[in-house]
Design a protein around this ligand. Structure first.
Ligand SMILES: [Zn+2]
Length: 258
């Protein structure tokens, strides 16, 4: 029922009844775990003592998403392994991805035969009909590459034609959130306040003219670029794989937004 996992920072975390907890404090023989959503205001706790684990008095102010996110993450990893490790059989890829997972997530995954079929289908698509274009003008984007995995419009602009061709990938909703994050702050899910935007309202409201001097890149952009390059794991990916990796990343971001 309960599983202990290690966070990306190396701290022990507890998965209990579909919620993820981090260590809060220990009093005598009793350990208090707090919900990892504590920074967003959740008061959910789990208490562990000689009688085992139980939930604290306050309930969570959000639905449990731990399993769902864990499962999506594993499937995304399998997909990218399948693209990179061409020599590996689907069976070997699934086996190595699944072997070290917490039991709770293993149980929530689709069947291994279903995942293996997905890998095979995916490899067929990428090896067959989509060979690498010879130049930037020499490809047209089929539906598979202009829509997100959930079917929303993803290609917002394609300048087409010549050597300076530019394709813009984003969804309308994602652009809206980006705009909010940057300038006014995204509304909190529960309550009427907004989170702090990247650039405070005072800053752009009163000193609009200084905006021209803001750095054109920042740590979070560079961090994303690094992560995205490692996802691609190749310096010159075929355009199809590049767009598909963008789509996977968009799906992951969507999960974090909702
Ligand atoms: Zn919670």
């Amino acid at each position: 029922m309960a599983t202990y996992v290690t966070s990306c920072k190396g701290n022990e975390q507890l998965v209990f009844k579909g919620y993820l907890y981090e260590f809060e404090s220990q009093k005598l023989e009793r350990v208090y775990w707090r919900c990892t959503e504590v920074k967003r205001g959740c008061k959910g706790r789990a208490i562990e003592d000689a009688n085992g684990l139980r939930e604290g008095r306050n309930s969570h102010d959000h639905p449990s998403r731990t399993m769902e996110i864990g499962v999506k993450r594993v499937l995304a990893e399998i997909k990218s392994e399948a693209d990179i490790q061409h020599g590996q059989t689907p069976h070997a890829i699934v086996a190595s991805a699944v072997s070290n997972l917490p039991a709770a997530i293993q149980g929530a995954l689709p069947s291994t035969s279903a995942i293996k079929k997905q890998i095979q289908r995916r490899r067929k698509v990428f090896s067959g009909q989509h060979s690498a274009p010879s130049s930037i003008c020499d490809f047209t984007l089929s539906d598979q590459f202009v829509l997100t995995n959930s079917g929303e419009r993803f290609l917002l602009d394609d300048t087409g034609g010549d050597r300076d061709r530019i394709n813009v990938f984003a969804t309308d909703r994602n652009l809206h959130v980006l705009n909010e994050d940057t300038w006014i702050g995204r509304p909190m899910r529960y309550g009427r306040t907004r989170r702090a935007p990247l650039f405070s309202i005072d800053l752009w409201n009163q000193y609009n003219s200084t905006l021209d001097h803001l750095p054109r890149t920042n740590n979070s952009v560079e961090g994303w670029n690094r992560r995205f390059s490692s996802l691609l794991a190749a310096a010159n990916p075929v355009i199809w794989k590049f767009i598909d990796t963008l789509k996977s990343e968009q799906t992951m971001r969507e999960l974090k937004l909702s």
